[in-house]
Write a protein that binds this ligand. Structure first.
Ligand SMILES: *[C@@H]1O[C@H](CO)[C@@H](O)[C@H](O)[C@H]1NC(C)=O
Ligand SMILES: *[C@@H]1O[C@H](CO)[C@@H](O)[C@H](O)[C@H]1NC(C)=O
Ligand SMILES: [Ca+2]
Ligand SMILES: [Ca+2]
Length: 368
């Protein structure tokens, strides 16, 4: 642990011990064709010893401090917020095959395929944007966990040279991730960046608690993994992607992913090197945008790689754990390192971690 704690972060992978030895990708999944299946582009976690210093109760009990009740505002202000909330679409409940028997990354617990039933719910058609998160922060004074910690993970490729030059130590196992002081949702590419020209992009650098607090404030909640995956599939059965099995049908891009050689060259054939404005690519059969790609999305489930094949109804994952499930992959995902832009794919982060490719969307039981 010592070496990683010195960085204040470790790069987590399926086997934490290997990460600490600084070679998680190569050792954790020697048989996987995707090489760094355990770490790839994604699994970041804060060292357990590092806790935010103030106001940890806010994260523990989101319903309390950041609920609408606790933040009464004049009706006209509430009207503005309602306008700025994402449109939602009804996802009619039903049965579906969750997971896959042909896992792209077996170590992630993508299988076995299993019959799952979910009740109807409403889902944001888009990832929560910077502007939406800003309206929440303006209304509540919420301070995100990355702001409390004072730093967050930023992909090296989007940092300015001046910021990069100030960072002497990268993470050995995944040198493209740098812990950057002053990186947070307001400064997604590091302290010298801002969100003024990307208010309609997904909010980034949000921890799991930040996401829960936002959804709670909006009278919504995070989706369970089962709800998220059911929604991702858009009514198709046993397909890789929300739109089918071909990554680029008719040569078209259906998601903001990485083209080129990860991590050195991003050819941006899909039009975007970093995040894209939400809804820049076609919706799936349920009218949902960017379910794969653009930003990873937090779910409410704790992480496990072991799943029952008994039929489940509204499964919510294990009762406890150390990591939360995230779904969908991001603009950094390429098949060579992160074949996780599939509906069955999954990955995890400690709830307090944040990064320049991780966001969320909300769901609710009732229409708004
Ligand atoms: C939040 O407040 C800032 C500062 O007053 C303002 O510039 C911004 O437009 C507000 N954002 C939203 C979404 O209301
Ligand atoms: C935001 O960043 C842009 C360049 O990306 C810069 O031109 C602008 O001045 C910045 N705005 C603020 C308020 O810092
Ligand atoms: Ca892209
Ligand atoms: Ca997404």
């Amino acid at each position: 642990m010592v070496r990683c704690l010195a960085l204040f972060f470790i790069v987590g992978c399926v086997n934490e011990v290997l990460c600490i030895q600084g070679s998680c990708g190569a050792q954790s999944e020697p048989a996987a064709p995707q090489g760094a299946a355990g770490c790839g582009c994604e699994n970041l976690k804060r060292a357990a010893a590092m806790e935010p210093v103030e106001d940890s109760t806010a994260a523990a009990d989101p319903a309390d401090k950041y609920s609408r009740d606790a933040n009464e505002r004049p009706p006209e202000a509430q009207g503005d917020e309602t306008k700025i909330q994402s449109q939602m679409v009804l996802i009619s409940g039903g049965e579906f095959l969750m997971g896959t028997d042909n896992p792209g990354i077996p170590a992630d617990g993508e299988g076995p395929q299993r019959l799952v039933r979910v009740d109807s719910f409403y889902m944001d058609i888009q990832e929560v944007t910077n502007q939406q998160f800003q309206s929440f922060v303006n209304a509540t004074g919420y301070i995100s966990e990355a702001e409390k910690f004072g730093d967050s993970f930023v992909f090296e490729g989007i940092l300015s040279e001046s910021v990069k030059n100030q960072i002497t130590q990268a993470v050995a196992a995944a040198p493209w991730w740098l812990p950057v002081k002053g990186a947070n949702w307001r400064h997604p590419d590091g302290p010298d960046s801002n969100i003024t020209d990307r208010l309609d992009h997904p909010v980034l650098h949000v921890s799991w608690a930040d996401a829960v607090n936002y959804c709670t404030w909006a009278n919504r909640r995070l989706p369970t993994e089962a709800e998220w995956e059911y929604a991702c599939r858009g009514g198709l059965e046993d397909r890789l992607y929300p739109w089918g099995n071909k990554l680029n049908p008719k040569g078209q891009h259906y998601a903001n992913l990485w083209q080129g050689d990860f991590p050195n060259h991003n050819s941006a054939e899909d039009g975007y090197i970093k995040t894209s404005p939400v809804m820049s690519f076609p919706a799936n059969g349920f009218g949902l945008y960017d379910m794969v790609g653009n930003a990873w999305e937090w779910t409410s489930d704790w992480w496990t790689v072991h799943h029952t094949t008994d039929q489940q109804h509204n499964p919510t994952g294990p009762p406890s754990g150390t990591d939360k499930v995230k779904k969908g992959g991001s603009y950094m995902c390429h098949k060579s390192y992160c074949y996780r832009y599939r509906c069955a794919a999954r990955s995890q982060n400690t709830p307090d971690s944040a990064a320049s490719n991780l966001g969320f969307r909300c769901v609710s039981q009732g229409h708004r």
